[in-house]
Design a protein around this ligand. Structure first.
Ligand code: AMP
Length: 307
């Protein structure tokens, strides 16, 4: 029950009130894959340059992430992104985006990926997202995320792309932009008319809201004592969410009858994975994180939201 993850693999420079790292492994697809791999086998589709370090390949491979779809452009440089966080870490300013080889990313699916049942399309040009989906057959669940740039400047393409998706994960400001509604309940109702039957609106440290035809479910963010680096938390949420559903064998044909509790559990696993991501810089928490720690935090979530 493999999950295909498509998106950016990058080097990041990050500064938070807890410290500064000039260059470390990052990228949305990296975070999504590392989080999802705790729940289901993952196959990555991304592009890097020949500066992409052996130790970073080894980390991904050590999680049994299939790297056949990781294209390496010789003579090219890996996507580089740098950002700095505000004192409360709720705001982030992008300092640098060097697209490098990511500028010409044209995802190619190896033959061995095409029959995988689950597809998560990370934040890339909507037409490329559609192109990937068209290369697959036998999908059980398809979805992904996007960002304000595509919502504003590629709206028609994006609408056409998400029409074919089962689920969409976006943050609250993106949901408002996509729907043209400030009120999140109204925004969600409009977005659910655009194609996806499952919508998750991420709200940073405040958690996430799941919307689908049976109603909505509000999940809090895990109350961490220390947040060291929120980079990738939204992507890890996505990885936990879709990884859990893939691991459970969920199917779009089941969606009208799918136990809503199953979707709620997926959202909680998303919150759990997002919270772990913030505990160390970059992907560092995933070097040691165990499935037992994930289960313990999931149970803690249950206890602190039960009434
Ligand atoms: P998040 O904190 O969940 O928004 O994810 C941050 C990650 O997204 C970082 O590791 C960046 O390398 C990556 N990233 C930043 N800008 C972009 C972009 N324009 N397209 C794709 N990935 C990006």
């Amino acid at each position: 029950m493999s999950l295909i993850v498509v998106g950016s693999v990058a080097y990041d420079g990050v500064e938070t009130p807890h410290g500064k790292v000039d260059r470390m492994l990052g990228g949305a697809a990296t975070y999504i894959s590392l989080a999802a791999a705790y729940f289901s086998p993952v196959k990555l589709v991304a592009v890097v340059g020949d500066d992409f370090a052996r130790q970073d390949v080894d980390l991904l491979a050590s999680r049994h992430i299939d790297l056949e779809g990781l294209e390496r452009v010789s003579g090219g440089k890996t996507f580089f992104w740098a950002g700095v966080y505000s004192a409360d870490m709720n705001d982030r300013t992008t300092l640098r985006t060097d697209l490098n080889v990511f500028a010409d990313f044209n995802p190619k699916l190896p033959e061995s990926y095409r029959k995988a049942p689950y597809l998560f399309l990370g934040n890339i040009q909507p037409e490329l997202q559609s192109h990937v989906r068209a290369q697959m057959n036998g999908l059980h669940l398809t979805g992904g995320d996007t960002m304000n740039y595509w919502i504003n400047d590629y709206r028609a393409q994006l609408l056409q792309t998400i029409r074919e998706w089962d689920f969409l994960l976006i943050n609250d400001s993106e949901a408002r932009m996509l729907s043209g509604e400030h009120n999140l309940r109204r925004a969600a109702a409009k977005i659910l008319q655009m194609g996806p039957s499952i919508l998750v609106i991420k709200r940073g440290e405040y958690g996430a809201i799941l919307f689908h035809h049976t109603g909505h479910f509000i999940a809090p963010g895990y109350l961490l004592e220390d947040v060291f680096d929120p980079t990738g938390a939204g992507d890890c949420f996505a990885g936990g969410f879709i990884g859990y559903l893939a691991g459970r064998g969920a199917q779009s044909s089941d969606l009208p009858h799918l136990d809503p509790a199953e979707l709620r559990r997926a959202v909680i696993y998303g919150s759990v994975m997002g919270s772990f991501c913030c505990e160390k810089f970059g992907v560092d928490r995933f070097r040691t994180l165990t499935r037992e720690e994930i289960e313990a935090r999931y149970q803690e979530f249950k206890t602190c939201t039960d009434f």
